[in-house]
Design a protein around this ligand. Structure first.
Ligand SMILES: [Zn+2]
Length: 315
């Protein structure tokens, strides 16, 4: 039935049902290297003002096809991204790498799938579209981002799961996928384009601000950042916000902050120092002036205190 409607639509026999869901927020392709581009979402949470365009996506043009990194927060956003790619190359979209299965990074997948692209994600994302949480999130987005997310939005699983760090070559370019979860999610994947030194990092790297750590597994997150530091990127594209031309400094800053949280809060938990007292006694001067310190630091410290207390007990 859907196919029939689609055919009729193509033949111009039905009025275009979704002419009202065009994306009008500006999106532009920014070149970061000889082959690597990205689009930068707007600040803030998904809303009808930004039409859900609040996360970044990247694409890499090789002479054998295009690799896309993340698919944005709705099919119309992905259509807009595809249109931008088409202003640069006629090469087929061969592959989409999903950094992680949060709504703002994968709801546009169906657009690239329709182009024949193969969807790749980390194995830990298997089943991520079939959970109760995924259904609730979709329902919430149909409200918050209607008409861009509606009953025609389909949550797509990967066609191919990578089990760990995976390198591949396409059209003379060398790609390095790095599994950096569990950090932001269990399935976090980052992608380095070796020839360009461009690293698409997803949501594991926060730039120039205190990250939201919450009760994340900070030990694994530190290991993930060490992995990214080891690939020596020249440019880093985070999942949100502006790219960095000083990625080593950003990666080291976030890693060292996580280490500091773990050391200080771990010590306090081990010595049975109550959280409030430990927090007051800790020297936060290195981080106090950073953006998001007030919103994030105490919550991070508290959650990590509880986590390290539990880790200590389980040892
Ligand atoms: Zn995310």
């Amino acid at each position: 039935m859907i196919r029939l409607l689609f055919t009729l639509l193509l033949l111009g026999l039905l009025p275009a049902a979704h002419a009202d869901n065009d994306i009008t927020v500006p999106m532009k392709a920014v070149r970061l290297g000889a082959h690597s581009y990205f689009v930068q979402g707007q600040p803030g949470a998904a809303s009808s003002e930004n039409q859900g365009f609040m996360s970044n996506a990247g694409f890499v043009v090789t002479r054998d096809g295009v690799v896309v990194f993340d698919a944005l927060a709705s099919p119309p956003l992905a259509e807009k991204l595809l249109g931008l790619i088409r202003t640069i190359t006629r090469q087929p979209i061969k592959r989409v790498i999903v950094s992680h299965y949060h709504a703002d990074h994968f709801y546009g997948l169906q657009v690239f799938k329709a182009q024949g692209a193969e969807i790749w994600a980390h194995r830990a994302a298997e089943g991520a579209t079939r959970t109760e949480e995924a259904a609730q999130r979709l329902a919430q987005r149909k409200e918050a981002l209607f008409p861009w997310v509606d009953d025609n939005t389909h949550l797509l699983e990967a066609d191919h799961f990578v089990d760990g760090d995976t390198d591949f070559e396409m059209g003379g370019l060398h790609f390095a996928l790095r599994h950096v979860g569990p950090a932001h999610t269990r399935e976090d994947l980052a992608m380095l384009v070796r020839e360009d030194g461009v690293l698409y990092a997803g949501d594991v790297v926060f730039r120039g601000r205190v990250p939201f750590v919450g009760d994340a597994d900070s030990r694994a997150w530190i290991a993930a950042l060490d992995k990214l530091i080891a690939v020596h990127p020249k440019v880093l594209v985070p999942g949100h916000g502006a790219p960095s031309r000083t990625p080593q400094a950003d990666l080291v800053f976030t890693r060292d902050y996580l280490r500091y949280l773990r050391t200080r809060m771990g010590e306090a938990a081990r010595n049975l120092v109550p959280f409030d007292e430990a927090y007051e006694k800790t020297d936060w001067s290195k981080y106090r002036a950073m953006p998001a310190f007030n919103e994030a630091n105490r919550v991070n410290a508290y959650n990590q205190y509880l986590r390290l207390e539990a880790e200590g007990i389980s040892e």
